[in-house]
Design a protein around this ligand. Structure first.
Ligand code: SF4
Ligand code: SF4
Length: 88
């Protein structure tokens, strides 16, 4: 059985103390994960579960290192547990 995407906590989180509002993340994500809000536009994570599990392209492109993801180890552990849960 396939693991529902909503069970996998893989999506970006933005550190607004570091973000310089360049909106590179918004422009470069091919999955429409980000949106923009505010008069002084800033990115928001609008569609977290559209994020491709394991992708970190936007974090790599962010000039301020303001985008965070769980660690690869955490992701592996979570996927292992979910595979067990859904193989029952
Ligand atoms: S790429 Fe980084 S600095 Fe630029 S808007 Fe996105 S989070 Fe902010
Ligand atoms: S990790 Fe990839 S899919 Fe997820 S928000 Fe960033 S660019 Fe989009």
């Amino acid at each position: 059985m396939e693991i529902p995407r909503e069970e996998i906590p893989w999506f970006p989180s933005i550190n607004y103390e570091k973000c310089i509002r360049c909106l590179t993340c918004v422009k470069m994500c091919p999955h429409n994960v980000y949106g923009v809000e505010g008069n002084e536009p800033r990115p928001i994570v609008k569609n977290p579960y559209e994020c491709a599990v394991g992708c970190q392209s936007c974090a790599k492109m962010c000039p301020s290192n303001a985008i965070n993801f769980p660690s690869t180890e955490e992701l592996r552990k979570i996927l292992r547990e979910l595979r067990q849960k859904y193989s029952r």
